[in-house]
Design a protein around this ligand. Structure first.
Ligand code: FAD
Ligand code: SIN
Length: 533
C-alpha cells in the first residue's frame, strides 16, 4: 500500500535512490517506490567498483585528467572537479553505512580499469554493487523516516498540467508521481514536495545488454513527457566484454574490465593480440576504443566474438579476486577461465546522456531532482570513464539531498495542490498481449542492427522511420489497454528509442561513443556542445 503523501518521493532503489533517501530523511518523510524487488537494479550487478582517489601516489588532477580525456571534449570540467574531489568522502560515507571493500595489507585494495592512469578502483572482489546495495538497504531498514514500496512503478510525473495552475508559479513544477501499484492493480497519485528520479538506465532498448530488465528508460521517458530537457542520448556506452552466448535469453553476463586491469588480453580467432596495433594502452584503452576495435575484428574476420585470455595469470589470484566470474563461468557455462579463454562481445551497458541537470541535481523542472544513470550531469561527456558512474551517483545523490533541504526550507508550509485521480476510463484487458511482446523485440532488434557501435545516416533514418510507426501503434495500445508493467515499459522503450535516434541524427561527427561512417571526423566547432532535446 502506497502512502497518501510524502515530503520527498524517490523513484528507484539503486545506489542513487538509496543514498539520497538516507540523506534526505534528515529533512522530511521519504517514500521510495521501486519497480520490482528492492535490490533489483543495475547497482546490484556492478562488478568492477567505484573510481576514487584513495591511494598514495594518486591525485585529484590525475583522475580529473583521465575523466576529461575519456569524455572526448564534452565533459563539463567544473562538474568533473566536483565529482572527483567529493568522491573520496562519499566512499568513506558508504563504509560508515556498512559497505565493506577489499583490502590489501590493511589498506583499500585498488583495481585498475580502462582509461585510468592509476590503480584507483575501490571494490568488493568482483561483486561491488551487490555489497553496496546490501549495505544501503540494511542502513535504510533502520531508518524510521523512510518507507520503501516494492512492485510500485512510477508511470508519469505530476506537473502543473495535472493541477489547477492559476495560483502556481509559471515555471514547470513537479508534485510527485502517478504510481502503478502492482498488488492493488491500479495507478494512484503519490504527491510530494520534492521528487528524486533515480530510475537508472535504458540498456533494454538494445537486444544485447548487460543491464537488468528494469532498465527500460522510464525516467527519461517520464521526464520528457513532463517537458524536461534531455541531453546526449547518442552516447550509449557498449561494454567491450560481455560473455558471448549464442542462445542467451536474459541479460548478457558482464566480464569485468578489472580482468583486463589484472592482465587479461584480447585475442582474435587467429590468436592475435589485436589491441597492440590499436592504442598504446592496448586492452586498457578507453571503452569506446576497445569496443570499436572488437566490432572491427568481427566485421573483418567474419567472427561472432573475440576471446579474453587470462590463462597466463596466477590462477589462485584470479579465483580469489574474481570469484563471481570464476564460479559463474565454471558452473553455468562450463568455462574454466584460469585455463581457457572466454568468448566475449560488446553489449549496451551505460547511458551517458539523460535528464539534464545542474550541479545541484536540479532538472529543468522545479522540484524535480535527478541522480545516477538517469541524469546527464556533464561528468561523462561523450564517453564515461570506467567506474565513474557509481561515483557520480553517490556524489549527485548527496547534492540532491542538500538541494532538497533548501527547497523544503524555502517552502515549509505551502500546501500541495489537489491532484486529480488517474483517469483510466475507456481501457480494457487487451487480449493481444502478444503484440506488446512483438513490439518490444522489434525495437530491441532494430536498435541493435541500426543504432549500434558504428552508425550511418541511412541506418539512423531507417530506424527513425520504423520507430515512428511503432510509437503510433504503442500510443494506441496505451490509450485502450488496462495498465501493466509491460505496457508502461513498452511505451517508454519506444519513446526513448526515438529520442536516441533523434540525438544521434543531430550529431554530424564522430565523437566518443558516437561513431558514424558518414561523418568520420570530429567537428571541432559545432561538435563541442550537448545534443539537447
Ligand atoms: P539502478 O541501480 O539501475 O537503480 C534503478 C532503480 O530504479 C531500480 O530500483 C529500478 O527498479 C527502479 N526503477 C526503474 N524504473 C522505475 C519506475 N518506473 N518506477 C519505479 N522504480 C523504477 N558502474 C560503475 O561505476 N562501476 C562498476 O563496476 C559498474 N559495473 C556495472 C556492471 C553491470 C552489469 C551493469 C549493468 C552496470 C555497471 N555499472 C558500473 C553501471 C552502474 O552500475 C549503474 O550506472 C548504476 O548502478 C546506476 O545506479 P542508479 O541508482 O542510477 O540506477
Ligand atoms: C566493469 O566492471 O567492467 C564495469 C565497470 C563500469 O561499468 O564502470
Amino acid at each position: 500500500m502506497i502512502a497518501e503523501t510524502a515530503d520527498v518521493l524517490v523513484i528507484g532503489s539503486g545506489i542513487a535512490g538509496l543514498t539520497f533517501a538516507l540523506e534526505a530523511a534528515q529533512f522530511g518523510r521519504v517514500v521510495v517506490v521501486t519497480k520490482k524487488d528492492r535490490a533489483e537494479s543495475a547497482t546490484n550487478y556492478a562488478q568492477g567498483g567505484i573510481a576514487a582517489v584513495m591511494g598514495e601516489g594518486d591525485s585529484l588532477d590525475s583522475h580529473i585528467h583521465d575523466t576529461v580525456e575519456a569524455g572526448a571534449g564534452l565533459c563539463k570540467e567544473e562538474i568533473v572537479k566536483i565529482v572527483v574531489s567529493e568522491g573520496p568522502g562519499k566512499i568513506r560515507r558508504l563504509m560508515e553505512w556498512g559497505a565493506e571493500f577489499s583490502e590489501e595489507d590493511g589498506s583499500l585494495a585498488l583495481g585498475r580499469e580502462g582509461g585510468h592512469s592509476m590503480h584507483r578502483i575501490v571494490h568488493h572482489a568482483d561483486a561491488t554493487g551487490h555489497e553496496v546495495e546490501r549495505a544501503l538497504l540494511d542502513a535504510l531498514k533502520r531508518h524510521p523516516q523512510v518507507e520503501l514500496w516494492e512492485n510500485a512503478t512510477a508511470v508519469d510525473l505530476i506537473t502543473d498540467r495535472h493541477v489547477d495552475i492559476d495560483a502556481r508559479p509559471r515555471n514547470k513544477r513537479c508534485y510527485g508521481a502517478y504510481v502503478y501499484d502492482l498488488e492493488m492493480g491500479r495507478i494512484r497519485a503519490v504527491p510530494a514536495r520534492v521528487t528524486l528520479l533515480a530510475s537508472g538506465g535504458m540498456g533494454m532498448v538494445w537486444k544485447n545488454t548487460t543491464n537488468p530488465t528494469i532498465a527500460t528508460g522510464d525516467g527519461v521517458a517520464m521526464s520528457w513527457r513532463a517537458g524536461a530537457r534531455i541531453a546526449n542520448l547518442e552516447f550509449m556506452q557498449f561494454h567491450p566484454t560481455a560473455l558471448y552466448e549464442p542462445d542467451r535469453k536474459g541479460r548478457a553476463f558482464l566480464i569485468t574490465e578489472a580482468l583486463r586491469g589484472a592482465g587479461g588480453i584480447l585475442l582474435n580467432d587467429s590468436g592475435e593480440r589485436f589491441m597492440e596495433d590499436v592504442h598504446p594502452r592496448k586492452e586498457l584503452a578507453s571503452r569506446d576504443i576497445v569496443a570499436r576495435a572488437i566490432d572491427m575484428q568481427r566485421k573483418t574476420h567474419g567472427i561472432e566474438h573475440v576471446w579474453l585470455d587470462c590463462s597466463h595469470l596466477n590462477p589462485d589470484k584470479l579465483r580469489k579476486e574474481f570469484p563471481t566470474i570464476y564460479t559463474t563461468l565454471r558452473d553455468e557455462h562450463g568455462i574454466n577461465m584460469v585455463r581457457e579463454p572466454i568468448p566475449v562481445v560488446p553489449a549496451a551497458h551505460y547511458q551517458c546522456g539523460g535528464v539534464l541537470c545542474d550541479e545541484n541535481a536540479h532538472s529543468t523542472i522545479d522540484n524535480l531532482l535527478v541522480a545516477g544513470e538517469v541524469a546527464c550531469t556533464g561528468l561523462h561527456g561523450a564517453n564515461r570513464l570506467a567506474s565513474n558512474s557509481l561515483l557520480e551517483a553517490v556524489v549527485f545523490a548527496s547534492r540532491a539531498a542538500e538541494e532538497t533541504k533548501r527547497i523544503l526550507e524555502a517552502t515549509p508550509k505551502e500546501p500541495l495542490p489537489q491532484i486529480p485521480v488517474w483517469n483510466d476510463s475507456g481501457t480494457y484487458d487487451d487480449e493481444e498481449f502478444v503484440l506488446i511482446r512483438h513490439d518490444v523485440s522489434e525495437i530491441r532488434n532494430l536498435m541493435e542492427d541500426y543504432v549500434g557501435i558504428i552508425r550511418s545516416d541511412l541506418r539512423l533514418e531507417r530506424a527513425g522511420r520504423r520507430l515512428a510507426i511503432i510509437t503510433v501503434e504503442v500510443e494506441d495500445y496505451w490509450r485502450r489497454t488496462t495498465v501493466s508493467n509491460e505496457i508502461i515499459e513498452l511505451r517508454n522503450l519506444a519513446q526513448v528509442a526515438r529520442m536516441i535516434v533523434k540525438c544521434a541524427r543531430q550529431r554530424r561527427e564522430s565523437r566518443g561513443l558516437h561513431t558514424t561512417t558518414d561523418y568520420p571526423d570530429l567537428d571541432p566547432v559545432l561538435g563541442v556542445r550537448d545534443t539537447v532535446i
